[in-house]
Design a protein around this ligand. Structure first.
Ligand code: GAP
Length: 503
């Protein structure tokens, strides 16, 4: 079993993330979050908002609908271009994504190839149905959007959005005006997206219902400068250039200033977001060597994009896109202007009317979670149990509270402390089984700090805190708990300095 498969199994066993409606036979590509998973997801989203939205003066968050009218997707191009090639087995009738099937057999990268090229490759390589060995049928294009009808009889066709971005484009003018903004201005949105993926796979990596965290940064096309560029221009990122991909070379480490100068990156805003993303994922426990940006090849670049840079994380099944960074130019606003007949141009300070250009960092929620789960998972033979090394700021539960034994007033005192801490942190209380077993259970769901109430606690109002990462313990006054845990989360105090270390 691979490490990722083990993580998936543990997520199901511990009720963290598991297949939807699994009491019936499951449909692939749908997952539910249990209590621990829900907290992890919520904290990741909150941290993302803090890092990318609240830290900026000119990015505003919206919350749009999931169901959007057909016209939106005619304009955006999704109705025509958001398609994957599929082939059906003539014998067992199973359906497969043709390009992936060929890639698996030939190890050649084929995304974006024409139907004719794919058909020829299938015939030439004598590729058969992976399920039954039967002959594969004609390749056809399949649109990935989930369709619905609005109103009970003969209603209008609508779609579940395949990206949150389209609400941002359709609301652009209202947000720009109501916030009295000037360019550059960003709109952020976190919400669900839906894609009728043909072959969902690799746990949370390719699913049919997922969440996205997206920003559309609207720029003056004649002044695409980023005011904060000087702050980040000397930072280095790992970039897998088109040239390196074609020549089979390694990714390069390059300052973002150089990457803009050499015209590898299209503008300063792209550089700004890539730099922040690199920092963001490192702060979430993904090691630098498992991170890179890949400049997408022309044939795989989406229909709307003037250049895409995928942030990829290394998994045990290979590198996978976690964030799509696209230079969408004025593609979307122009298309929406044309079909709606509305003028979406805005006025610049010097009196020009422009259609803004857009740089889009588009994060999924589930793929980052998969990366975090994999890279923070510790297979710990010495301790005797496996655990997650989540950074405290996104750990589902920050604190666990235990009475040392289940008698003599210790549970009562422990519950008082549990209720006190609950006002500020995500906390759980556990009194069942041995104290060692309870530490193990706290580690297994990645809880950074465990508090134990013992007999001394009844005498002198102190308790112990155990540090998940190295199992060291300190004794500390109960009245100082809230402040100390807060400092520990923010990394403002070293664990061994926050109380009296127990040797
Ligand atoms: N608005 C641009 C856009 O949606 P994308 O590269 O198709 O770009 C952005 O998707 C991110 O959304 C991906 O990097 C990934 O994290 C997430 N995502 C896309 N399809 C997904 C799927 N089927 N399952 C899980 N996450 C997905």
């Amino acid at each position: 079993m691979s490490k990722m498969e083990n993580v998936q199994r543990i997520c199901a066993n511990r009720g963290i993330i598991f297949p939807t409606a699994e009491i019936y036979s499951t449909i692939s590509g749908f997952f539910d979050y249990g209590p621990v998973g829900t907290l992890l997801k919520r904290k990741l989203i909150e941290y993302w908002k803090e890092f990318f939205v609240k830290s900026e003066d000119n990015i505003f968050e919206i919350d749009g609908c999931v169901v959007l009218p057909e016209k939106v997707f005619i304009a955006s191009g999704h109705l025509k271009s958001f398609v994957d090639p599929i082939t059906q087995c003539k014998k067992c009738k199973s359906i497969h994504r043709a390009d992936q099937l060929i890639e698996e057999k030939t190890k050649k990268f084929l995304e974006g190839k024409s139907i004719k090229e794919l058909t020829e490759t299938i015939r030439k390589n004598k590729i058969k149905c992976p399920r039954c060995g039967g002959e594969l049928g004609e390749i056809r294009l399949f649109n990935l959007m989930l369709k619905t009808k609005i109103s009970p009889v003969g209603g209008k066709t609508a779609y579940l959005r395949p990206e949150t971005a389209q609400n941002i484009f359709t609301s652009f003018q209202r947000v720009f005006r109501s916030t009295r903004s000037k360019l550059p201005m960003g709109i952020a949105q976190v919400g669900r997206s839906f894609r009728n993926e043909i072959s969902p796979r690799h746990f949370l990596i390719r699913i049919r219902e997922f969440s996205q965290m997206e920003i559309e940064m609207f720029l003056d096309p004649e002044h695409p400068e980023c005011p904060k560029f000087d702050e980040i221009k000397n930072k280095k990122i790992i970039l897998f250039t088109r040239d390196a991909q074609k020549k089979g070379k390694k990714p390069i480490s390059i300052t973002v200033e150089e990457a803009v100068k050499k015209r590898i990156l299209p503008n300063q805003w792209m550089a700004y977001f890539l730099t922040k993303e690199f920092e963001f994922f490192k702060s979430l426990g993904i090691p630098e060597e498992a991170l890179r940006f890949r400049h997408m090849l022309p044939e795989e670049t989406p229909h709307y994009s003037g250049g895409n840079f995928d942030l990829e994380i290394k998994f045990d099944f290979g590198w996978k896109e976690i964030v799509g960074n696209a230079y969408r130019t004025d593609y979307d606003l122009k298309k929406h202007m044309k079909l709606s007949g509305k003028d979406l141009k805005v006025l610049t300070d010097d009196g020009r009317k422009v259609i803004p250009h857009v740089v889009e960092p588009s994060f999924g929620v589930e793929r980052p979670i998969a990366g975090i789960l994999l890279h923070t998972f510790v297979e710990d033979k010495k301790r005797g149990w496996n655990w997650f090394n989540f950074p405290p700021k996104i750990a589902p539960y920050t604190v666990a509270v235990f009475p040392l034994v289940n008698k003599d007033g210790l549970p009562k005192k422990s519950k008082q402390i549990y209720r006190m801490l609950k006002k500020d942190f995500d906390v759980f209380y556990d009194e069942s089984g041995s104290i060692g077993r309870r530490y193990a259970r706290a580690d297994e769901i990645g809880t950074p700090f465990s508090i134990t109430i013992d007999y001394d606690s009844l005498d002198n109002d102190t308790c112990t805190i155990r540090n998940r990462d190295d199992t060291r313990q300190v004794r500390i006054k109960i009245k100082d708990l809230v402040q100390t845990i807060d400092k520990l989360i923010k990394n403002q105090v070293k664990f061994e300095k926050c109380g009296t270390l127990i040797k």
